[in-house]
Design a protein around this ligand. Structure first.
Ligand code: NAD
Length: 248
C-alpha cells in the first residue's frame, strides 16, 4: 500500500487519469467530485473491479466545511490521508477581462484558489509532524496560464492559478521541515472537457500548432507527472512547479 490519496475533481478529465494511476500504484483512492454522480460511480466501480480500492466523496471544495467533511470521510473509510492532489478547477467562459461578470471571477477564484487553500490547510493540519501527523505530500494542478497571463481569454483564471503557485512555494518552505513536500504541475493545453465548458470547443485544435510538439497533451501525461511528484522518486522536490506543456 502506497498510502491514502484524495484527488479533488477526480472523476473526469485530468483528475480521472490521476485517480486511475494512483489506484494502479497501490494508493487507496478518494475521488472527490462536485457534480456527475454516475460518472463518479462508474470510475469507482472500474477501479474496484480492476483490483484497486476507491471511494467517492461528493463535496464542493470552495466550501471549507465540505472540505473538512471530505477529509473526515476519507479518514474514516480509508485511513490517514498521505497525499492530496488539488485538481478541481474551472475557467469560466472565455472573454475579454473588461467583459467578464464579477460573479464568474469570484466563482473561479473560489474553486481554483480557495478550494486549493482550504484542502491544503486541511492536509497540513493532519500531515505536519508539528501537528502530530506523520508527514505527507501535496501536489496542485496549476496551469502555465499563471505565467502566460491568458490575455483575451481568461485573465481571472490565470490569476487564480498564479495564487496557487505562490501557495506552493510558501507552503513548501513553511512545512518542508515538518515531514511534508508541496509541489505543483503546470499543464499547457490538455485535451479535456474544460475547453468546451469554457465555450471554446475548438481551442485544442487552434492552439496545437503553436506548441513545439504540435499537439495537445493527454490527461495521462499530466497524471504521470503528478504521481511522480508524489512518489519517493521525487524525494528532494519541494516547492517545484513542473511545466508539462510540450515546451509551450
Ligand atoms: P475538467 O472540467 O474535465 O475537470 C475539472 C474537475 O473539477 C471536474 O471533475 C469537476 O467536477 C471538478 N470541479 C469543478 N468544480 C468543483 C468544485 N466546486 N468542487 C469539487 N470539484 C469541482 O477539466 P480538466 O482539464 O481535467 O481540469 C483539471 C485541472 O487541470 C483544473 O484545475 C484545470 O484548471 C487544470 N488545467 C487544465 C488544462 C487543460 O488544458 N485541460 C490546462 C491547465 C490546467
Amino acid at each position: 500500500m502506497t498510502g491514502v490519496i484524495i484527488i479533488t475533481g477526480g472523476s473526469r478529465g485530468i483528475g480521472a487519469a490521476i485517480s486511475r494511476s494512483a489506484a494502479a500504484k497501490g494508493y487507496l483512492v478518494c475521488v472527490n467530485y462536485h457534480s456527475g454522480d454516475s460518472e463518479a460511480e462508474a470510475l469507482i466501480a472500474e477501479i474496484n473491479e480492476s483490483g484497486g480500492r476507491a471511494i467517492s466523496c461528493k463535496a464542493d471544495v470552495s466550501d471549507h466545511v465540505e472540505v473538512e467533511r471530505l477529509f473526515a470521510t476519507t479518514e474514516s473509510k480509508l485511513g490517514p490521508v498521505t497525499m492530496l492532489v488539488n485538481n478541481a478547477g474551472i475557467t469560466g467562459k472565455i472573454c475579454r477581462f473588461d467583459e467578464v461578470d464579477p460573479q464568474v471571477m469570484s466563482q473561479v477564484i473560489a474553486i481554483n484558489t480557495m478550494g486549493a487553500l482550504y484542502c491544503s490547510q486541511a492536509a497540513v493540519k493532519r500531515m505536519s509532524t508539528k501537528r502530530g501527523g506523520k508527514g505527507g505530500v501535496i501536489v496542485t494542478v496549476s496551469s502555465i496560464a499563471a505565467r502566460l497571463g491568458s490575455p483575451g481569454e481568461y485573465i481571472w483564471y490565470a490569476s487564480s492559478k498564479a495564487a496557487v503557485d505562490a501557495m506552493t512555494i510558501g507552503l513548501a518552505k513553511e512545512v518542508g521541515g515538518e515531514g511534508m513536500r508541496v509541489n505543483a504541475v503546470s499543464p499547457g493545453i490538455i485535451d479535456t472537457e474544460i475547453h468546451a465548458l469554457g465555450g471554446d470547443p475548438g481551442r485544442v485544435d487552434r492552439i496545437a500548432p503553436m506548441i513545439p510538439f504540435g499537439r495537445a497533451g493527454t490527461a495521462q501525461e499530466i497524471a504521470n507527472a503528478v504521481i511522480w511528484l508524489g512518489s519517493e522518486e521525487a524525494s528532494y522536490c519541494n516547492g517545484s512547479i513542473l511545466d508539462c506543456s510540450g515546451g509551450r
